[in-house]
Design a protein around this ligand. Sequence first.
Ligand SMILES: Cc1cc2nc3c(=O)[nH]c(=O)nc-3n(C[C@H](O)[C@H](O)[C@H](O)COP(=O)(O)OP(=O)(O)OC[C@H]3O[C@@H](n4cnc5c(N)ncnc54)[C@H](O)[C@@H]3O)c2cc1C
Length: 288
Amino acid sequence: MIEGNLLKFNYYRFTCLEDLLKFLYENPDSKLLAGGTDLIVQMRSKKIKPDKIVDISRVSELRYIEEDKDSIKIGALTTIEELKNSVIIKKWAPPLWTAVKDFATWQVRNIATIGGNICNASPAADTAPPLIVLRSKLRLRDLKGQRLVKVEEFFKGPGETIIKDGEVLTEVVIPKYEEGWRFSFIKLGKRVSHILSIVNVAVGLKRAEGKIQDIIVALGSVAPTPIRSRSVEEYLKDREATYENIDRASLEVVKDIKPISDVRASAEYRVEMSKVLVRRALRECLTS
Ligand SMILES: Cc1cc2nc3c(=O)[nH]c(=O)nc-3n(C[C@H](O)[C@H](O)[C@H](O)COP(=O)(O)OP(=O)(O)OC[C@H]3O[C@@H](n4cnc5c(N)ncnc54)[C@H](O)[C@@H]3O)c2cc1C
């Protein structure tokens, strides 16, 4: 039992995934600790008071970036700094690489994990919109088996996901994109780095013969979960790839967002900035 700062909890640490899954099967009320950059903040503010903390930071088999013929695979315990330094991520997941480049500070990036950023389910999580536009999936494992779910179907609300008791996010799978796709990611915050996003936007766009053949647009910090803007996508699909169409399409984003006012910005500001950022991100894809 550990007591500190008026919090009491039982602490367990694992180095092997199989042992971890067995423990979680018998102790489904456990709270996982990866880098702790979200969890410890929440515990200190008494937002959560877990009784059992399970430290997974030393399960080294969940820390890798691998490339095969069709996909990129990222272990859930891979740190944000490792993603930033990866040539595989820069080549095959360009919007994710842009997002992690300006993520927090060097100190935080060295302990914060991609799995923690996703499972914390903050609407402002910077890796979520890029993973959505890259059509990524998450591998969730428990003692009895595993399932692969789309990132965009993982989030249920602020801090809430479809993950079940006893399950662990083990891997992020990013399919390799085809020739012709262009990507962008833009984060708006009070500073470039070391700050949570007021709005973040990721876009993937495929052009063919002057038209937008396929498009996917995702935003963070403008709804209870990271979202796709289907209205912008539907407006642009199969239209001429012109600045005029892009500028008109970016206004459609207001149909898909439900921002709130908080310490970082007002809802009205988020609405205006969503239009601006979607336009910029789309234009970046046309010019890159
Ligand atoms: C100063 C500072 C700056 C920050 N800047 C940014 C920023 O620019 N952009 C941004 O998006 N975030 C930012 N954050 C938030 C935070 O650093 C990230 O969300 C980070 O990636 C969380 O990862 P972690 O490993 O620390 O997660 P933890 O705090 O260990 O865990 C977070 C949550 O996920 C759960 N969890 C962790 N791993 C798993 C797993 N494998 N399976 C199931 N559940 C799991 C935990 O139980 C917990 O509920 C910042 C935080 C700080 C303190």
